[in-house]
Design a binder for this molecule. Structure first.
Ligand SMILES: NC(=O)c1ccc[n+]([C@@H]2O[C@H](COP(=O)([O-])OP(=O)(O)OC[C@H]3O[C@@H](n4cnc5c(N)ncnc54)[C@H](O)[C@@H]3O)[C@@H](O)[C@H]2O)c1
Ligand SMILES: [Zn+2]
Ligand SMILES: [Zn+2]
Length: 348
């Protein structure tokens, strides 16, 4: 089969590799019908995650058809159409039983396209298939459900729920990439009074408006602190969601918060960020961080079915599975191309 193989920073190739086989009895082999590229894949290609070895197949998001199952798989059958989550769930360890599978101790967690071969391939081995896949709802489009593999649960759990967005809140979201936009979509479910989206790229801010941001701020030209304070009687945002992953945006997120406010960090950080505890100790803020656990995926599937969440809004570009070079190029130049999520599918 063919797969997108990582060969060290800046190097990847769509090449022939052996088709994956069942290794553990709880595995399934899934034929990939549609997959996509995540900002985290770009981090890997930049060399930000040095523990990813040469030879790793990238990708941690897919929708596909089950091709084979191990003897220990009981609910997933050959021919089933499934969503493959970015988080694998052993289902039996302490963290999985508490709903914190991102921290799985039993060999799950974020492993696809990182610790084991991933989904940017014609076939993928999915460990713990019963607990790490979701059956595709009847009539749903592959590309809509694909958005539930990572970005929607990530922003909903780590941003919106950790930030405890409440009706009437002013919510400031720093970063309007796919994750920030998903946070807008998720926050709207709770009827905040204002969502303020902050980004350096006008293309992303235009997308933020389409996703339901009330106010957009280009922080290369405007001062987000002034705008958020003017909305809140000088206090600051009730909830601030950091969706970029650089020191400046974490520090901005803290500054934007009101006393007693909640700051939910989603960004993957590659270097230290400063927490000005000498200013913040007295302000009763709560800061949360997290890796997605995917415990909200079933909730989000219901919200897609009831048309409260519209994942189709993310999909800006379509490619065939053999067009990874083009797809990475378009996704990697998102500020110019307007790319949000690119979908690579068998049928494109
Ligand atoms: N915690 C998790 O489980 C998890 C899961 C998936 C992704 N992530 C992380 O979430 C972050 C966002 O992901 P994404 O796919 O949306 O990334 P992205 O790169 O597509 O989007 C980031 C956005 O931030 C904007 N930006 C950059 N610097 C800025 C600044 N100084 N001020 C304001 N805006 C700025 C960019 O213009 C871009 O629109 C990444 O760090 C990603 O690795 C975390
Ligand atoms: Zn991801
Ligand atoms: Zn576990």
């Amino acid at each position: 089969m063919r797969a997108l193989v990582y060969h060290g920073p800046g190097r990847k190739a769509w090449e022939d590799v052996p088709k994956p086989e069942i290794i553990d009895s709880t595995d399934a082999i899934v034929r990939v019908d549609a997959t996509t590229i995540c900002g985290t894949d770009l981090h890997i290609l930049k060399g930000d995650l040095p523990d990813v070895p040469d030879g790793r197949i990238l990708g941690h998001e897919a929708v596909g058809t089950v091709d084979a199952v191990g003897r220990g798989v009981s609910t997933v059958k050959v021919g089933d159409r499934v969503l493959v989550s970015c988080i694998s769930v052993c289902g039996t360890c302490r963290f999985c039983r508490d709903g914190h599978s991102g921290q799985c101790l039993g060999g799950g967690g974020w492993i696809l396209g990182y610790k084991i071969d991933g989904t940017q391939a014609e076939y993928v081995r999915v460990p713990f298939a019963d607990t790490s896949t979701f059956s595709m709802p009847d009539g749903a489009a592959d590309e809509d459900i694909l958005m539930l593999a990572d970005i929607l649960p990530t922003a909903y759990e780590v941003g919106v729920l950790n930030g405890n967005v409440q009706p009437g809140d002013v919510v400031a979201i720093v970063g309007a990439g796919p994750i920030g936009l998903s946070a807008i979509m998720g926050a709207r479910l709770f009827s905040p009074s204002h969502i303020v989206a902050i980004d350096l790229a006008d293309t992303r801010l235009e997308a933020a408006k389409r996703f339901g941001a009330d106010i957009t701020v280009n922080n290369s030209r405007e001062d987000p602190l002034e705008i958020v304070r003017s909305l809140t009687g000088g206090l600051g945002a009730d909830v601030t969601i950091e969706a970029v992953g650089v020191p400046a945006t974490f520090e901005l997120a803290v500054k934007l918060s009101r006393p007693g406010g909640r700051i939910a960090n989603i960004g993957v950080h590659g270097e230290p960020a400063t927490l000005h505890l000498e200013e913040q100790w007295i302000r009763n803020i709560t800061i949360t961080t997290g890796l997605v656990d995917a415990y909200a995926t079933t909730t989000l599937l219901r919200l897609v079915a009831s048309h409260h969440v519209h994942p189709g809004l993310f999909v800006t570009h379509h490619f065939g599975l053999n067009e990874f070079d083009k797809a990475y190029d378009v996704f990697g130049r998102a500020a110019e191309t307007g790319a949000l999520k690119v979908v690579l599918s068998r049928s494109a």
